[in-house]
Ligand binder design. Structure first.
Ligand code: HEC
Ligand code: HEC
Length: 327
């Protein structure tokens, strides 16, 4: 009785909080995988800024994917409106469902199989009825997506030293070394051209795609065959995700998998650098092990690309690192 009145009275805010709670439960439930061993949190581990510390993700039956798990704590904070390293999804509602049917992530055959498994759980039937009181009959993929989105959007990365420095106008929040690093980041390092400092908190991404120089060497020899096959298949959405997760060579072509435009070969989305000190290893394929290596790589490659050699001393690289650690 009591819970019934509570539901009737519930306003939008409490519906959202019901969905966040339900989303969190789903996010942490191994039943949401074909072999009952994998949950979202297996790869998006809260203590690692919602990454997994692995080079590439490992899903059901020990299957290995092709890409490094990105942080989810940056999704809301950076205002992302495209998802995955190649931006193949433009709606978070779609992005959260994709891993569930990805053969090397959570492994359901299709969304019907997922729904069946969730519906078999009496607790979920009650929780979904409360969180989606207007829903007609049974649990739908849309409702599962809404609950997961509510939870992912609720994830906040903690206020960083840099946030405090900017928002409370508190110079002592950044060490002198990190302040020097910030100057390089904005100035001669030109990092802020792509990892934008605009926004509150700072987005640290331009939501755009750039050639990375990471990983293409390995597939350069087979480029004509690879690109031809991708154009012939012309996949969309989740199908791209399934394909690239199982074909590391095609995954290296990045944005091209989505647009099939030769200009997009090897382009990847700029990741937000929020919490970057806790998201090693780095880059779309996890091929760069440490933050020092990631800085070296970016300093080298970005200056090569900009046709503008950038020389940073060891001291200056340390400054840059101190700044990245304050994000
Ligand atoms: C097996 C490991 C694994 C599991 C399980 C997993 N993910 Fe992911 N997630 C990844 C990887 C790897 C990517 C990047 C894939 C790509 O870009 O091709 C990713 C990307 C994402 C993104 C896009 C983030 C961005 O910034 O682009 C979202 C959102 C997401 N996952 C949510 C979820 C949710 C919700 C679940 C559970 C239903 C889940 N993931 C389960 C590994 C995993
Ligand atoms: C032209 C745009 C651009 C510029 C300039 C740029 N970056 Fe990046 N950065 C990217 C892209 C795109 C990636 C992802 C590359 C990949 O995964 O292959 C990236 C990745 C990174 C990563 C790894 C993040 C992760 O989660 O894997 C770090 C660290 C980084 N950049 C730091 C820097 C620093 C420091 C500078 C300045 C010296 C800089 N970047 C300049 C676009 C840029």
């Amino acid at each position: 009785m009591k819970s019934h009145t509570a539901v009737v009275k519930s306003d939008r805010t409490s519906l959202i909080s019901l969905r966040v709670t339900l989303g969190k439960q789903l996010f942490n439930d191994v039943q949401l995988s074909a072999d009952n061993t994998i949950r979202c949190a297996s790869c998006h581990i809260p203590e690692k800024a919602y990454t997994d510390g692995r080079r590439v993700a490992i899903g059901v039956y020990g299957h290995m994917g092709s890409r490094n798990t990105p942080s989810l704590a940056t999704v809301e904070a950076s205002g992302d409106n495209t998802f995955f390293w190649d931006g193949r999804r433009t709606m978070l509602e779609q992005a959260v469902l994709d891993p569930l049917t990805n053969p090397v992530e959570m492994g359901f055959q299709d969304q019907a199989e997922l729904v069946q498994k969730v519906e078999a759980n009496a607790e979920y039937r009650v929780a979904f009825a409360q969180a989606f009181p207007d829903g007609k009959s049974g649990i739908t993929p849309n409702e599962i997506a809404s609950a997961l989105v509510a939870y992912v959007r609720s994830l906040k990365s903690p206020e960083s030293a840099y946030d405090r420095y900017v928002s409370h106008d508190d110079p002592s929040a950044l060490s002198p070394r990190a302040q020097l690093g910030l100057a390089i980041f904005k100035g001669k390092g030109r990092c802020a051209e792509c990892h934008l400092l605009q926004g509150s908190p700072a987005m640290l991404t331009d939501h755009a795609y750039h050639r990375t120089g990471v990983g293409l060497d390995a597939v350069n020899q087979h480029l004509p065959e690879l690109t031809q096959a991708i154009i012939e298949r012309s996949l969309h959405g989740a199908a791209i995700g399934d394909r690239v997760a199982m074909h590391a060579d095609e995954a290296q072509l990045g944005r091209f998998n989505v647009t099939q435009d030769p200009a997009d070969i090897g382009l990847f989305r700029t990741p937000s650098l929020r919490g970057v000190a806790s998201t090693a290893p780095y880059m779309h394929d996890g091929s760069v092990a440490t933050l020092d290596d990631a800085i070296d790589r970016e300093v080298y490659y970005r200056s090569l690309e900009a046709d503008h050699p950038l020389q940073l001393t060891i001291e200056e690289r340390e400054d840059l690192k101190a700044f990245l650690q304050a994000l």
